[in-house]
Design a binder for this molecule. Sequence first.
Ligand SMILES: *Cc1c(COP(=O)(O)O)cnc(C)c1O
Length: 400
Amino acid sequence: MANAPLLMIPGPVEVSPAVLAAFGAPPPGHTAAPLIEAFGTALARMREVWQAGPESQPFVLTGGGTAAMEMAVANLTRPGDRVLLVATGYFSDRMAEMLRRQGAEVVTVGAAPGEAPEPDEVRQVIVTHLAQGPFQALYATHVDTSTGVRIDPAPLARLAREHGMLSIFDGVCAAAGERFAMAEWDADVYLTASQKALGLPPGLALLVASPRALAFRLGRPDPKPPMYLDWETWLPILRAYEERRPSYFSTPATNLILALAVGLGEILEGGMEARFAAHERTGRALRAAWSELGLTLVPARPELASNLLSALRYPAGSAEISATLVRRILDRGVAVAGGLHPAIRDSYFRVGHMGYVTGRPDLLRRTVEALAAALRDLGCPADGERAWAAAEAILAAPVG
Ligand SMILES: *Cc1c(COP(=O)(O)O)cnc(C)c1O
């Protein structure tokens, strides 16, 4: 793979050598001792990475982030339930569609692309609708990958508690990179996929459920969710792995489980605060570089910008810029992504910067330089050296 481009899209992402080695091992069987050990270790480490309590329950499925979303919806929401959706872009829209297919009545609090609703707006909507009956749950996307907008989950989880609602957060483009303190915030579900800030190859859907969410599911036995998605199906299997006993319901992606144990171990090495700080610094450094290159962000305000990806507007100029910039960056060996939010798709592009690359300034530098060179090709004034110097100054500053 000498010619594989540097993968700077918002997932899949570059993986560490140790993760790659674990993933590349000969596939173990699902009852092999090393697999059982890795699975048990991974489940315990998930609680730490999620900062969830000891009574919380991690679930790991073969699938993507979308499967993790389906698992949350299938276990917690039933036909006729009224749910509140905080909508910030493409993946919130996907969640809304899933909830409707589940037969839920979905009330949406939305915002223009690049914006996010304020918690007070969300509270207003809850209060205004109370006359028609309670909401069963609040769903929100921690970082919407289509705009790079990050919401603050803490006040939303608090609002949900105050109104007797469950709170479910799509953390696919956030978990292990943006701060999420599940127990402290008393959130009910935080879900993700392996190929984003967790820094693994694609293929795993991961979710941690609070004791309250689990009890809620088990207390509503019928109608049962689809068997593969049902927490009740998986509970004895996962408990067996944590007790280091062999177990089987559906064959896990054994190589990914090996990689998961290693990847979560790497994340926990310096502690979660250091992990979040590394992502914050990387995000800030790259934003300084983009600013030097004359690029502006889709998120409307600095506090809305996620540290894990940059959604960047194409510079004004010829239509050739928006039509060819992403391809020209790829020609220089760096893969970035086009726009995704349907309302603004052709006006911006996206650069992912999560996981392994946050510890690799050389790879961040290649990214900044490839962008600068592609912009220059298109006649935009762009000084890659100055842009990298701005980023490097931030990366070199002492932490804290
Ligand atoms: C990537 C992503 C998803 C979907 O994940 P897949 O693995 O592609 O199914 C869902 N939500 C968010 C916020 C994402 O970034």
